[in-house]
Design a protein around this ligand. Structure first.
Ligand code: UD1
Ligand code: MG
Length: 458
């Protein structure tokens, strides 16, 4: 939702982003790799790649674990030009970055290191992380004030200068008192990156090659190491399902704030759930308890009433949807059209001013402007094998409880009598009736009751 140009602080500088995504994610207890788990209906790695694009990354390398074609596919989807590199053995974060050595060999101005399981970092923050490089810093580390610093690398500072990052396991008791911690993300001057990374050793408590060691190395070689401070929530990493739900909570909160800031009324924002790509126009009103799946666009002044579930749908300006509406992919609701309660719509254009007010299913259909679809109308679009279309002309009136057996065309201004099963096309301005003819037997009820009472007395 943010504009790219406004974020790229130094548009002329080339920037390689390396995303570490070789995490096993065993604590997720999942058959699926951790970075493919979703928040706001997009994979965590998808969020990271999209943010890096917004932050001006000109090339992207993603480090994945062995046999992770599923992650590679997701990466291609989000950033088609991204290159993936496999880290065979998990020997630490510096080792992971060096798995992308071929990418690092290309001459770039800035290198950013991001984590695939840390989806909440903002594009502005990546831009802020890069900025000191343009002013001569060799390395920039992202720090935050930790409520509980346990497990994080600690910043060892002198004034504004970062001297070293001490990993929790290697820290002394005094160093463990430090609450300014490493968020994990870094920016490195492109021409220094390999020289610094190649000097990292694994002589520490974990026996790993720590990316964080490049701080001390850079400092020792006389390069300035800068700090970018961010709020703790931005560097929230996901290791288990509880942390995944916390990430979801934070991202939903952001999306709600963004919606309201852009002129959308959310009566009870905490009950409305968005997707990363939900687009809402000015003066849209969203009532409590609405879920937006991926791919929804709602234009100016439309209303979404309570308990509606929308995905892959477009709602034009001034239209009203719900309560209890379900819009599925390909639903397009025209200007000032009305979709009422317990209506499901899929792959259907509902024309301007058309109404489908109650208890209906419309699938694979085109409904002309100002048509009225009566309660309980069903488009019978599927015969167990194929899907078939229903065309309903402008101003047509479909009587309640009708089944329209597709493929079928109902002309402009035509009527369908209530309770019909319509199997043949109806021309413009004609009436279609497809039901048993009614008969009336006068006095039948009196006769029936007398017989029934007599039988009961016996
Ligand atoms: C890391 C930082 C620590 C920081 C913390 C913030 C190092 C050495 N430490 O610690 O200072 O406070 O993040 O959350 O960098 N990964 C690989 N291959 C590896 C190892 C890691 O791809 O061989 C990936 C992981 O999947 C993860 C990221 O790198 O996405 C960080 O690794 P992790 O093991 O979580 O590092 P921390 O111990 O959390
Ligand atoms: Mg971690």
């Amino acid at each position: 939702m943010t504009s790219i140009d406004s974020l790229n602080t130094s548009p002329s500088r080339s920037c390689l982003a390396i995303v570490l995504a070789a995490g096993e994610g065993t604590r997720m207890k999942s058959g699926k790799p951790k970075v493919l788990h979703q928040v706001a209906n997009r994979s965590m790695i998808g969020h990271v790649l999209s943010t890096l694009t917004d932050a001006g990354a000109t090339s992207v390398a993603v480090v994945i674990g062995p046999d992770r074609e599923d992650v590679a596919r997701e990466v291609q989807k989000s950033f088609p030009e991204a290159r993936t590199f496999v880290q065979r053995d998990r020997l630490g974060t510096a080792h992971a970055v060096l798995s992308a050595r071929d990418a690092l060999d290309q001459k770039v101005d800035d290198v950013i290191i991001a984590f695939g399981d840390t989806p909440l970092v903002l594009a502005e923050t990546f831009a802020k992380l890069r900025a000191p490089l343009a002013r001569g810093a060799g390395v920039v580390a992202m720090g935050f004030e930790a409520k509980d610093p346990t497990g994080y690398g600690r910043f060892i500072t002198a004034g504004d200068e970062l001297l070293a990052i001490r990993e929790h396991k290697d820290a002394t008791d005094a160093e463990r008192e430090i609450t300014l911690c490493n968020g994990g993300l870094m920016a490195i001057r492109g021409d220094l990156a390999l020289a610094l990374l190649d000097r990292v050793k694994n002589d520490n408590a974990k026996g790993e090659y720590y990316l964080t060691d490049i701080v001390e190395i850079a400092h020792g070689l006389g390069y300035r190491v800068a700090i970018a401070i961010v709020p703790e929530e931005e560097v929230h990493g996901v290791n288990d399902r509880a942390q995944l739900s916390a990430a979801e909570r934070m991202i939903q909160d952001r999306l709600r704030q963004e919606a309201m800031a852009s002129g959308v009324t959310l009566i009870a924002p905490e009950t409305v759930f968005f997707s990363y790509d939900t687009r809402l126009g000015q003066d849209v009103v969203v009532e409590p308890h609405v879920v937006f799946g991926p791919g929804v666009v709602v234009e100016e002044g439309a209303v979404v009433h309570s308990f509606s579930h929308l995905e892959g749908a477009r709602i034009a300006s001034g239209a009203a949807v719900g309560p209890f509406a379900r819009l599925r992919p390909g639903a397009s609701i025209g200007p000032k059209a009305k979709v009422g309660n317990f209506v499901e719509i899929k792959n259907t254009d509902l024309g301007a001013g058309a109404k489908v007010s109650h208890l209906s299913y419309l699938g694979d259909a085109r409904i002309g402007p100002d048509a009225n679809i009566g309660a309980g109308t069903i488009t019978c679009n599927y015969d167990g094998f194929g899907k078939y279309r229903t065309e309903i002309g402008a101003g047509a009136f479909i009587g309640s409880n009708s089944s329209l057996v597709a493929p079928i065309t109902i002309g402009k201004g035509a009527f369908v009598g209530s309770g019909s099963v319509i199997t043949d096309d109806i021309p413009d301005d004609s009436l279609g009736l497809g039901r048993g003819r009614q008969i009336v037997k006068e006095g039948w009820a009196i006769e029936f009751r007398e017989k029934a009472l007599a039988a009961k007395k016996k």
